[in-house]
Design a protein around this ligand. Structure first.
Ligand code: SF4
Length: 376
């Protein structure tokens, strides 16, 4: 093995570099090389600086440092876990819902998340980069579909584009009359906040369409001072932000961690939007938890933070059937005799049945049941 230069200012992409920087044990090197041969690896200097090398369960490391467990296929996992392919009319476009499309512009990211649902499609060397002709065809598809009100730039991470190229893309989209919203999903403000330059912010704003930014972060520690400043620059420029997070075992699957994350978003003027249940991406079972645990955590969150801090807990149904909210249900119905009925009381069971009405059982944030009167 050639000697690895220790340079904390570059993105680490090789398992040997992770070992040399104390981010992975040397004993795992051979397994990690097998993982890296299949799935891209990148740990930016900002993310590497956040990792506690003395904590074998560090929640930041779990998200970005590869693990030999990624070589194990879990039940139901597949290369296209949310069924993008089934809804892709042209390269780069996913048109699952009528009024919006995903536009997968780039296939690279600042960091590669170990649980990524597009892990078979993102990273250097993947065959998903859009050629100029494919880009034109994708823009042509959006132009030809007047029902498309919102274009969601995703990938890969769209903020890996240069400000100059992003300006061109935003102008191409905003020139389409029916495109009113351009939403950009990104991890860059936390993974590489220096990319959020004044040029990048200028590129995000475009005449003729409204830009929204969805920030992907999963642990409050990701919202460092630099990340917060990058988000503040975006919001100060008049660009609203929402969050998206993935529920991950050992990262945010406890109420305190989730609470801290949601509070951090709101402090940054980022409205919590989605908490995704982990998708069935290959080799990610060790990072998923159960839907029951997710519901339990959402119940706990309801009792700990205001509505401002509540995301929607959602699952992308495998096979391309879209998102479904899977959070806890607080309301149930029961048929019961109407105790407040204005009809004369009767001991006759037949009459009591006639007066039976649906009333509601509602759970409060402490888990206690309350009855709500029937509707008239
Ligand atoms: S930034 Fe998004 S697309 Fe890129 S690896 Fe992470 S989850 Fe996947």
């Amino acid at each position: 093995m050639s000697r690895i230069e220790l340079n904390s200012a570059v993105t680490l992409r090789e398992p040997a570099e992770l070992v040399a920087h104390g981010l992975a044990p040397a004993a795992d090197l051979s397994d990690l090389e097998k993982v890296a041969a299949r799935y891209a690896v990148a740990v930016t200097p900002d993310i590497a600086a956040l990792i506690d090398r003395n904590d074998p369960d560090d929640p930041i490391a779990r998200q970005f440092v590869p693990s030999a467990q990624e070589l194990v296929a879990g039940p139901g996992e597949n290369a296209d876990p949310i069924g993008d392919h089934a809804h892709s009319p042209v390269a780069g476009i996913v048109h699952r819902y009528s009024d919006r499309v995903l536009f997968k512009l780039v296939h690279v990211c600042a960091v590669y998340c170990r649980f990524c649902f597009r892990r078979e499609m993102v990273g250097p060397g993947k065959a998903t980069a859009l050629s100029p002709a494919a880009y034109d065809a994708a823009i042509g598809y959006i132009r030809a579909h007047p029902e498309v009100w919102e274009v969601i730039l995703t990938g890969g991470d769209p903020l890996m584009l240069s400000p100059r190229r992003l300006t061109e893309v935003m102008a191409d989209l905003a020139a389409i009359d029916h495109v009113k919203i351009i939403r950009i999903h990104t991890r860059v403000p936390v993974a590489d906040p220096a990319r959020i330059s004044s040029e990048m912010i200028a590129a995000l704003k475009v005449e003729g369409a409204t830009t929204w930014i969805a920030l992907h972060a999963n642990h409050a520690r990701e919202l460092t001072g630099k990340a917060r400043a990058a988000c503040a620059a975006i919001v100060d420029a008049g660009i609203p932000m929402v969050s998206q997070s993935v529920l991950l075992r050992g990262v945010n699957d406890d109420a305190a961690a989730l609470e801290a994350l949601m509070r951090a978003f709101v402090e940054c003027r980022i409205k919590p939007y989605y908490l995704h249940h982990g998708d069935l991406a290959p080799g990610t079972a060790h990072l998923r938890t159960t839907i029951e645990r997710g519901q339990e955590l959402m119940r706990a969150l309801r009792g700990r933070v205001s509505g401002l801090c509540q995301p929607d807990y959602v699952l992308d149904i495998p096979g391309g059937h879209g998102k479904a909210p899977v959070g806890p249900n607080y309301l149930s119905r029961e048929n019961s005799p109407d105790a407040n009925s204005s009809s004369p009381a009767s001991s006759c069971s037949q009459q009591r049945e006639q007066h039976a009405e649906t009333r509601y059982r509602i759970l409060d944030y402490c888990g206690e049941v309350h009855l709500y009167p029937p509707e008239r």
